[in-house]
Design a protein around this ligand. Structure first.
Ligand SMILES: *Cc1c(COP(=O)(O)O)cnc(C)c1O
Length: 355
């Protein structure tokens, strides 16, 4: 069997390591940028009623029109632009790479950044070009433009704000990247609810720009819904390779219902931003901890020995993300997602003991 596997599975897939998802068990889960809030009881009842009306014996609406309309309003997507939906933005990243892929085609992104850009490139057989961020985690516009000139990438991915560093790259640096790119530039705004900044209104200005969003970080990670906005001519091409029913009926109905309750989501996001500030200040007060600025719902921080601190937090029942060893730039770094007030308190007091 080993021989057959070696013969048939592509080398680029065999050398991959599956995306690791830690088992949180009963721990306080602060590792995956989820919104920790649950809904008030009556709203949950109304939501269950809406889901109960879904006919699961029928295929979903292949165009997901009602949901797209709700998203257009909620995300201020200009009428001149088209929308494409994915089963999470991960699926959109894959679909974009499939659409432009082929021998010699390249994907470029700064690093450290979202790991799926590179993993998917390996999976679909595209070459991945990594351009290091500066030590401050700012975008190195010059290095980006030089690499773009040299490699002529079909796709450039920019997470804005960036994951796992939490910062927003300089707007002028991004403009230089967009203008230097022969192919598409995708601005991944997964954390837009927490940064409140967007390129959506500037999509019209460029022929090679796409904006990607997700509902995951604002409280619907379980529904799996990613959103791509861009000019019709591009999206028409991508639509040809989107699987016809990639957004299931429960997600279509469930997400549309939640988007109707904007006030609730907005309130939760505000509360997360307030907590973020409180946790940043508390971290700054702990000796031996270096905190990085955040425009997201997580905080990157450096300690003296990340592996030890990570283990001790785990022993205290708190799961964060250990980034030590991921890349030299992230040595001794941990990433914590903002949780409920009492979860953040538990994290902070465990960290004081552990650091
Ligand atoms: C979490 C994350 C995503 C993936 O979101 P899904 O919609 O859950 O697949 C995409 N990009 C960045 C930068 C992220 O942090």
């Amino acid at each position: 069997m080993t021989k057959r596997i070696e013969h048939w599975i592509r080398p680029s897939v065999r050398t991959l390591r599956a995306y690791h998802v830690a088992d949180a068990g009963n721990m306080i889960k602060l590792d995956a940028m989820e919104n920790p809030n649950i809904w008030p009881g009556e709203l949950e009842q109304a939501w269950l009623q809406a889901l109960g009306a879904v006919q699961i014996n029928r295929y979903p609406d292949a165009r997901a029109q009602e949901l797209k309309d709700a998203l257009r309003t909620y995300m201020d997507i200009p009428a001149s632009l088209d929308i494409m939906l994915g089963n999470g933005s991960d699926e959109l990243i894959q679909l974009l790479q499939l659409a432009v892929g082929g021998p010699g085609r390249k994907v470029l992104a700064p690093t450290p950044s979202f790991v799926m850009y590179e993993m998917i490139a390996a999976a679909v057989g595209m070459e991945f070009v990594a351009v290091s961020l500066r030590d401050s985690f700012d975008l190195d516009a010059h290095a980006m433009c030089v690499a773009i000139e040299e490699h002529q990438p079909a796709l450039v991915f920019i997470a804005w704000p960036n994951n796992p560093t939490g910062n927003l790259f300089d707007t002028q640096a991004l403009e230089a990247v967009i203008e230097a790119s022969p192919g598409l530039v995708v601005i991944d705004e997964a954390y837009q609810p927490f940064s409140k900044k967007t390129w959506m209104s500037r999509l019209d200005q460029y022929d090679n720009l796409l904006v990607m969003r997700t509902l995951s970080k604002m409280g619907m990670a379980g529904l799996r819904l990613g959103v791509l906005a861009g000019k019709r001519a591009w999206l028409q091409e991508f639509e040809k390779i989107r699987l016809p029913y990639n957004i299931n009926s429960l997600t279509q109905t469930g997400a549309a219902f939640v988007l109707e309750h904007q006030g609730l989501i907005g309130g939760q996001i505000e509360q997360i931003c307030v907590e973020r500030q409180r946790v940043i200040e508390a971290l700054q007060a702990i000796a031996g901890v270096k905190v990085y600025p955040s425009h997201t719902n997580f905080i990157l921080f450096r300690v003296e020995n990340a592996d030890t601190v990570f283990m001790r937090l785990k022993q205290s029942g708190i799961l964060v993300k250990n980034l030590n060893g991921v890349s030299a730039a992230l040595d001794s770094c941990l990433r914590v997602t903002i949780g409920l007030c009492k979860e953040n308190d538990a994290f902070l007091s465990a960290l004081v003991q552990a650091a």
